[in-house]
Design a protein around this ligand. Sequence first.
Ligand SMILES: *Cc1c(COP(=O)(O)O)cnc(C)c1O
Length: 367
Amino acid sequence: MSQFGPDYVRAIAPYQAGKPISEVAREFGLDEASIVKLASNENPFGIPESAKAAMAAAAAELGRYPDANGFELKAALAKRYDVPADWITLGNGSNDILEIAAHAFVQKGQAVVYAQYSFAVYALATQGVGARGIVVPARNYGHDLDAMAAAIDADTRLVYIANPNNPTGTFISAPEIEAFLAKVPASVVVVLDEAYNEYLEQKDQFESTQWVRKYPNLIVSRTFSKAYGLAGLRVGFAIAQPAVTDLMNRIRQPFNVNSLAQAAAIAALNDKEFLRKGAENNRAGYRQLTAAFDELKLEYVPSYGNFVLVKVGDDDGAGARVNLALLKQGVIVRPVGAYGLPQWLRISIGLPEENARFVEALEKALG
Ligand SMILES: *Cc1c(COP(=O)(O)O)cnc(C)c1O
């Protein structure tokens, strides 16, 4: 063990990202072009053409620093979500927003509440500031908001909620979240992480971005990485009242969102057709995958995101074993043993032919 750094930094278990295609090709002696990656909830359509064109135009100015205030992107977001531009914080991915919130609102020795089986970054951000994580047991693989409200103690300064949740795909309805927000003490900031919001069906969509008007301690976090297809560019944003936004802005690196990302995000935000096509593909892919799981008699958690959590065996070696068998066939998915789900795999929803490749490989892997 290193002698450097604080104990709480040495105690952090590094984030385990999905394996890159090039690495799997090298390790298993496969042709990169034959590999299917359904591991990181990326958009199977890739980057929208509209965003590519905007980036090409913006590339001419890369000798200059980005707009530190993100004026145009914030203006576009303000218009879309009907909030003042100074209620918006831009992030280098929404991961950056989650980190900024921890640094802005929590100090060493204080506490952060989040759910078991929720996004791994909550624990990392908490540990990174030397705070204590209060991990609340999940209910049906999702957030137990009553238990989370009860878990808030005198040291608690921040709560993270993922809706829909990653890696389980569970969803909390608007009335449940509002009931929770009404119970949270005014001194505790709540981050509502809605990375998959754009995949929700109309009936489940609610105006969480308007809740910030009512709740001065609420941060709504969104990303361009998933439905908008810009994961590699790293851009996300938060909406919150000015008092909260002002503190986050002090912690934020001045140039945290690069010029290409700002230009691409504006284009993607206005590309309604790309979102529509993505949502449609996602619904069809969800039916395709879950029909296969039903046929194979595999349990899965009903998902509201662009991925499905499926149980591939009853022993704690099952996830790793089936994952390895899939890798050998050139299919990359996400083992979730690090989340405490060693019998499960998380499968991102791909294009129809990618989903089919996965199902075929899964059938072989299960024997
Ligand atoms: C993917 C994801 C994010 C962060 O993605 P960024 O690329 O950093 O914007 C945040 N929260 C959840 C729950 C996610 O699944």
